[in-house]
Ligand binder design. Sequence first.
Ligand code: GDP
Ligand code: IMO
Ligand code: MG
Length: 427
Amino acid sequence: MPALVLLGAQWGDEGKGKATDLLGGSVDYVVRYQGGNNAGHTVVVGDQKYALHLLPSGILTPECTPVIGNGVVIDPSVLFSELNGLNERGVDTSKLLISGNAHVITPYNVTVDKVTERFLGKRKIGTTGRGIGPTYADKINRVGIRIQDLYDESILTQKVEAALDGKNQLLTKVFNRRAIEVGQVVEELLSYADRLKPYVADTVLILNQALEDDKVVLFEGGQGTLLDIDHGTYPFVTSSNPTAGGACTGAGVGPTKISRVIGILKAYTTRVGSGPFPTELFDEDGEALRRIGGERGVTTGRDRRCGWFDAVIARYATRVNGLTDFFLTKLDVLTGWEQIPVCVAYEIDGKRVEELPYSQTDFHHAKPIYETLPGWSEDITKAKSFSDLPKNAQDYVKALEEMSGAPISAIGVGPGRDETIEINSFI
Ligand code: GDP
Ligand code: IMO
Ligand code: MG
């Protein structure tokens, strides 16, 4: 019963989409377990490029069953437009399964996300504005709307009333906005019910039966470890648990079933939105990483903040996720630098610190301590095995592996499916 978790080891956009798609051929089910359409995964197949937000990246592999688990939040209108876009390009999406327990991102959740950010002003989180935080807040406050509620008009109406009661007070009295009408929301939500119906299933039962039957199940994290609500750089995080434990709660599979946890790790670091980022670069090197790496958000189109590799963060990701492997991506982007600095520890208030500080204040004060590794200039995009890499690139990978605390089992040398060096097999 091989159950693999694949997740981001940094602040997201590590290349999870490519890695999931790559494994898709040997996997029976690919499951999203948290987040929503805040995710943006780019998958390049031959000369075709796909941008996925809510759908699991396994949707592009015909043999694979894509699953949206109970821990995900779903904006049905976004789901439909993503499905339509794929169907128009000839992708069969009929095998998709959606948990009836997944929560719905309602139009008022999107409104609340946007007005809250506006009111936070310069303290804003820099959310994607997709209603993610307010939908999870409703879930925890027990006033959320679940997919299964769309099939009982009376319950749905009661739940929307309960959810809007307080929100309308806030919208009209604090945020100076118009109140949202219950009837209008109910009508919109009901209009999604028929099209969703064929996909809705008891995904917990199906996935556990699949594992009993020795099928291969891959759980795909939506964001990165440092964006995790519990283990990330709170409050500059997303409102769910992309870390490995989230796969268990977000899909209804026990931790004893998980056999491997793969951390996707970019050969340098990026982040979107606000929050601390010790190795961030504000010079021409940062600009070059952004340009060469194509570091622009798939969901919001925002430029990503760029910096050198941070081994303190990689070690932390190994620890909180129990990583068994790393998949190192975008090594090719570093080609051409004579020297490549790597952050090995932080200096905080004059002291050397080897591990991520638990205090937010300390992390805000962390200054990177760099070791500089020699770079390479040879094109590595055609490399098929580790020995095809120039010696300095091999040494860079080995140094990162040693600092990060888990074996690097694959290396990305380009965005395409075949631009990957496989070192240890994942399945
Ligand atoms: P995700 O959110 O983790 O799925 O990552 P994104 O898709 O947002 O960002 C990763 C970007 O890097 C995408 O444009 C990928 O096509 C691209 N990519 C992934 N792996 C590699 C790699 O090894 N080399 C290069 N040059 N690009 C890569
Ligand atoms: P993928 O799947 C990068 C960031 C947002 C913001 C914070 C909270 O492509 O790795 P939210 O809308 O989730 O409430 O925003 O989280 N964020 C991401 N950053 N990649 C992502 O997804 C992200 N999803 C959310 O920029 O800082
Ligand atoms: Mg992304």
